[in-house]
Structures are given as structure tokens and as C-alpha cells.
Ligand binder design. Structure first.
Ligand code: ADP
Ligand code: MG
Length: 636
């Protein structure tokens, strides 16, 4: 169906999977903006208000470095004249018209007795009380989609809808018919109505997800090992006793689960989840060791070259007396190094391989692949897992995740896998204090200076590499700012660098040659620099909680005192509540649950994966009961 004359919009719609008017209507709003007028402005800080009225003075625009502010007066329906500030909307100065009716959504700022603009709409009398907000890519403005919805809605009687749930289910679970639910969802008159109408979509999303997961589980269960070379528990225990430290009870339990699975005729699909620093790597190493006892090859997958090299060192160290031949297969190898590793894997003269995406390449084959371990599994896609499956049709799979979630929820989200969880930490206590501060807070420099005096290492994080339109803090800018303050002490790192340059810089950081490292989130995964004691994250509100927690997991790894500063821009009042979760708790389970509630499972499951049904309406935390009842329905 052709929806738009703009090729950009048309393509964007198609890539969202929207091909018919039915698809348009099925793309229901992500949320609703309440536009009902505020009856009394209480003049308390951050009160959200909605005003109707006219702009009474010509807007004036001011620049402050990378920000702009625009000010004007607004004469509202309550006959009050408000001073208005709009941050970072330079276009207001030109686009705003005097003598036109507007609806202004804003936050009251009691310090300045002014209001901060959140949204400003022309108000020609047709604005709804609840304005739908659709989840759309950049290319498609909201108003364009709203027009399409209007068109589709006029065709409603002629449309026919594919339903996914069995008929009997709708009747027994109090779900509204689709023809009734759709108009409510696109043009609601109350949030209660939305709640009732959206149940249908929630059930369908859950149903699609679990049906898909069940299919995957069934095809996994169909995989049987041709021969079982039983791994001797005695030999595994012997090795455990030779480790440089004692394993925690959770680590032992996880390893027991894993060896049991490996000795079973079914192929293992197990997820090992545990907070940053809970010690997943040694469990992986022990699994790889156990696999080598049955004479098979193992591969340990890491998302970055740096992490792969670090894992290689860990393997070499922990397995140094076991006579295993261990290799590395990453993108930065020379052609001849790569050829050599490949031939060893093919001939079976290599027992273990640590690798990155380079392993997926079709020309990489194994002599006898028995175990695949995937670290930071959310960084890999299902298609990539399938590629590894082709290299080892009967290989056991162990996935690892550093974003642990409560068991019942994990059993739903990872319905196709078995689950082992590390809840204990090998160290008694990690001692990281977290604070939310603004850009100009003196605590930032104080913390850096203290850490420098103590010969510690300092991470400084930015969400972007170089200047972009998003206005986010960049590595470039921070490099400038901090080099002026701390000459000869600062290095910078980001994903656009070559792998060998990255590991060189990390070495200089670890050794203390450059004790301050300015970086993007490339350091998020697994980097282990024991002396790092400070993490300063600029524009912290642009990251998910789970990511911030991961980043924070990079410091205080030797058990000594560490400080994490979450820095927000002076003007961003909005996200502090969310960040407070990190100040209050270090518990990865609690944090992941908050993230799931606010942002959905994207960060757990990796970015959208082809073929995997996604959750748009269903909230995994709030709608647990729906999730559970559908899971039971499908399992029965
Ligand atoms: P993660 O689960 O985040 O991958 P790691 O496997 O990197 O955590 O472990 C964090 C640190 O804890 C490593 O330096 C590792 O050597 C150490 N470690 C792991 N298990 C134990 C243990 N049982 N006792 C002492 N130290 C341990
Ligand atoms: Mg790890």
C-alpha cells in the first residue's frame, strides 16, 4: 500500500512492518499526553501544567554554549500572565505566532517563577484531551502518522483483522472485540478505557512471544547428542580445588547445573545470569575445562576484541597446568595469523578458542565443537547464534548475561532456556557510592583529585563521540575540557578506533601512564582494571539504568572505596528520579526490574531481532499476571 508521496516516509513505514491500513491501526499509541487544562496552578516546583492561551510578547532567543533558551510571556485561560522559558528550541523565535491560540504543556519552576516548556501545540479547537503519542522512527513525524490513523479509522468497517489467540481465549479472559478496542486506543476519552481496550493487545503480544519461544524450545529439544562422552565429576572437582580461590556456593551450583546438562543427551541451552562482578567468567572457564575432558573443542565468544583478549589471559592463567591449547580469533589478526588459527581449529589441534564476530565467518570450521559460551549474550543476535549452531550441530550452548532479573520474570523472558543465577559476590562487599550531580558541581574535581593522589584510575564517560545534532556531551569536548585541567594525564577511547589502538590505550590507562580515560560506552562490557575507583558519567540521563549499573561495575573491583558520579545537564530536571534508583541500591536485580518497567526488555534481549515478537503494549513488570496466564495457557 502506498501511504505517502515521500519515499523516506514510505520506506520508514515499510521497515516498521506497516503495509496495510490494518497495520496502521495495529500500531497503537505508546502513551498519551494529557492535554486537559490545569484548573489551578499551585506554583509548586515541577508541577506539570497545561495552559491554553496566546503568546503575548515576541520570543527572544539566547545562546549559552551548546544550549539555547527562548523566553516569552503567555496570557493563559486563567487570565494570568506567565513567563515562559523554552530550552533548546531555537526555532520558536521564528515559528511562534502572536494572536494565535496555543496549548502549552510545561513544568512550573518555583525558583524563577516561570514555566519550562515541554510541548507547545496550536490549538484550533480540535486537540483531543488525550493526545496519542506513537512509537515512530525519526523519519515519520507524529502528525503524519495521526493523519494515516484518521484515514484508516474511516475505513474500519471494511477492514478485516487477523487474530492470533484462539477464540475460546477471548471469551474466558474478558477481552474486548478488536473493532471496539481500536477506536478507543486511537481516540480515547479516559485512561481507564485505554487500560481495558489494551488488554487485548497485551494478551496477543504475550501469546505471540510465547508461541515463538515454544517453537524454539521444541526445535532445541529435538537436538540430541549422537554420543555422550560423560564428563567425570571427580575430575571437575579436582580442578575446582586447584583454582586460586574458592568458588562461591552459587558458582558451584551453576557449574553443577552445567555439567549435568552436558552429560545429558539433550543439547544444553542454559543462561547463566549474574550481576557485574559476580564471577561468571570462572564458571565459563570451568565449563570449557569440563568440555575438554570429553575431548571436544570449546569456543568462548566476546562482543569486543578487548574483552576477548582479556578472556584469553584469564583462560591461559586458570588453565596453565592443564596442557590445553588455546587460541584467539579476532578481527584484528593478520591474514596469516588468521589462516593459522583457522587450520588449527579445523584439524583439531586447538582445544579452546576465544573469539569475536570473526568466528561467525563461514570459512571458520571446527573439528569437533562441543561447547559454545557466549559472554554478554545481549550483544549477539539470534542469527549469529544460528551460525555457531551450524559449526557444531550438537554443541552445548551456555549464554551469559550481566543483567540479572528475578527468577519468575527470567523464566518468562528466556522461556526457551534453562536458568542458573549467581546472586552472591565473591568479595564480601563492593564499596561504590553513587551521587547525582550537575555539570558545575565541585564534587567532580574533588573526586578526581583525590583519586589521582591515591594513584587510582578514573573513567569519564560521554554518550557521543563527536559533535552531533543531539546536543549530547561528547568525548571530544570532554577531552578538551579535562586536558586543560589535567595536562598529560588524559587519554580517550571510542568504538571508531582500531582494535589494536584501543587495547594500547587501555594498557596505558591500566598502567597509570594516563590515569584518566575519557570514553564512550565501549568500556561497558567486562573490562577489568582493578585500580579504577572513579566513574563519572556525563549526560547520565541518556543511558538506561542497566547500562549505568554495568558501567558502575567497572570500578571498585578490588573491594576498596569507589565513587560513581551521575552528571546531568543543568536544565534537565526530569530524569533525576530515575537515576535515584542507582543512588539507593547496588542490587542489579532491583535495577534491572526498574529498567524493564520503564524501558522494556530491549537491553536484555539485544536490539530488535528478526522474527522475535516484541512487546509494545505489554509491560513485563506491571503486566506479570497476563504474562503468567498466557505462559500457562501455552504450556498446557
Ligand atoms: P562478571 O560476572 O562480571 O563477568 P568476573 O567473572 O569478571 O565477573 O569476576 C570479577 C572478579 O572476581 C574477577 O577478577 C575474578 O577473578 C574474581 N572472582 C571470581 N570468582 C571469584 C571467587 N570465587 N573468589 C574470588 N574472586 C573471584
Ligand atoms: Mg563478565
Amino acid at each position: 500500500m502506498k501511504f505517502s508521496n515521500s519515499a523516506r516516509i514510505q520506506t520508514a513505514l515499510e521497515s516498521m512492518g506497516i503495509h496495510t491500513y490494518e497495520d496502521i491501526l495495529f500500531h497503537i499509541p505508546r502513551t498519551y499526553e494529557d492535554l486537559s487544562l490545569t484548573q489551578s496552578v499551585l506554583k509548586v516546583d515541577r508541577q506539570r501544567i497545561v495552559l491554553q492561551g496566546k503568546v503575548a510578547t515576541q520570543p527572544k532567543m539566547f545562546r549559552h554554549g551548546r544550549f539555547t533558551s527562548t523566553t516569552f510571556k503567555f496570557l493563559a485561560h486563567d487570565h494570568q500572565l506567565y513567563s515562559v522559558i523554552a530550552f533548546n528550541r531555537p526555532f520558536f523565535a521564528k515559528s511562534i505566532q502572536l494572536n494565535t491560540m496555543y496549548r502549552l504543556v510545561a513544568n512550573y519552576d518555583s525558583n524563577r517563577s516561570s514555566v519550562n516548556v515541554l510541548n507547545l501545540y496550536k490549538d484550533d479547537g480540535s486537540l483531543p484531551v488525550l493526545k496519542p503519542v506513537y512509537r515512530l522512527p525519526e523519519e515519520i513525524p507524529q502528525y503524519v502518522f495521526i493523519r494515516l490513523v484518521k484515514k484508516a479509522m474511516s475505513l474500519l468497517p471494511t477492514l478485516s483483522f487477523q487474530r492470533s489467540l484462539p477464540e475460546s481465549f477471548y471469551a474466558t479472559h474478558h477481552v474486548m472485540p478488536i473493532e471496539e478496542a481500536l477506536p478507543i486506543l486511537h481516540y480515547p476519552s479516559s485512561l481507564e478505557d485505554v487500560e481495558k481496550a489494551s488488554r487485548l493487545f497485551k494478551f496477543e503480544e504475550a501469546y505471540a512471544y510465547f508461541s515463538y519461544m515454544k517453537q524454539r524450545k521444541l526445535s532445541q529439544q529435538a537436538l540430541r547428542k549422537q554420543t555422550i562422552d560423560t564428563i567425570s565429576y571427580g575430575k571437575v572437582v579436582e580442578k575446582i580445588e586447584r583454582l586460586p580461590y574458592r568458588l562461591t556456593t552459587d558458582q558451584l551450583q551453576a557449574l553443577d547445573d552445567i555439567v549435568n546438562d552436558m552429560n545429558d543427551e539433550h543439547v544444553m541451552h542454559r543462561l547463566l545470569q549474574g550481576d557485574v562482578g559476580s564471577g561468571k567468567t570462572v564458571v565459563a572457564v570451568m565449563a570449557l575445562y569440563a568440555n575438554s575432558l570429553r575431548g571436544q573443542q570449546g569456543v568462548l565468544m566476546a562482543p569486543t576484541d578487548t574483552l576477548a583478549k582479556q578472556h584469553l589471559q584469564t583462560l591461559q592463567q586458570l588453565l596453565k597446568d592443564d596442557g590445553l591449547r588455546i587460541g584467539l580469533l579476532v578481527g584484528s589478526l593478520s591474514a596469516s595469523e588468521r589462516r593459522f588459527i583457522k587450520s588449527q581449529l579445523e584439524e583439531g589441534t586447538l582445544d579452546l578458542c576465544v573469539g569475536t564476530h570473526a568466528v561467525f565467518s563461514e570459512d571458520v570450521t571446527f573439528f569437533d565443537l562441543g561447547l559454545v559460551v557466549i559472554d554478554e549474550q545481549h550483544r549477539f543476535g539470534i542469527a549469529q547464534r544460528e551460525k555457531l549452531r551450524l559449526k557444531g550441530p550438537h554443541a552445548d550452548f551456555l549464554m551469559m548475561s550481566a543483567t540479572p532479573i528475578p527468577r519468575s520474570l527470567a523464566m518468562s523472558i528466556y522461556a526457551n532456556m534453562d536458568l542458573s543465577t549467581l546472586t552472591q559476590f565473591p568479595f564480601e562487599q563492593r564499596n561504590v557510592q553513587t551521587y547525582v550531580v550537575q555539570e558545575d558541581n565541585a564534587l567532580i574535581d574533588y573526586t578526581i583529585q583525590l583519586a589521582l593522589e591515591q594513584q587510582k584510575r578514573i573513567y569519564i564517560l560521554a554518550p557521543a563521540i563527536e559533535q552531533s545534532t543531539t546536543g549530547k556531551q561528547t568525548v571530544e569536548e570532554l577531552m578538551d575540557r579535562y586536558t586543560k585541567k589535567y595536562p598529560h594525564l588524559v587519554a580517550s577511547l571510542h568504538g571508531k578506533l582500531k582494535a589494536e589502538d584501543m587495547s594500547h590505550i587501555l594498557q596505558q590507562f591500566a598502567s597509570g601512564q594516563f590515569p584518566i580515560l575519557i570514553s564512550t560506552t565501549v568500556i561497558e562490557v567486562g573490562i577489568d582494571v582493578k585500580e579504577a575507583s572513579v566513574m563519572i558519567i556525563h549526560d547520565a540521563n541518556t543511558f538506561g539504568l542497566a547500562t549505568l549499573h554495568q558501567l558502575r561495575g567497572r570500578i571498585g573491583r578490588d573491594g576498596s572505596e569507589a565513587t560513581c558520579l551521575l552528571v546531568t545537564q543543568t536544565v534537565a530536571l526530569l530524569d533525576n528520579e530515575r537515576l535515584d534508583v542507582l543512588v539507593k541500591t547496588n542490587d542489579g536485580f532491583v535495577i534491572a526490574e526498574h529498567d524493564l518497567e520503564i524501558r522494556g526488555p530491549g537491553e536484555l534481549l539485544g536490539e530488535k531481532q528478526a522474527g522475535v515478537p516484541s512487546f509494545n503494549v505489554l509491560n513485563l513488570v506491571k503486566d506479570r499476571l497476563i504474562l503468567e496466564s498466557v505462559r500457562r495457557f501455552i504450556d498446557s
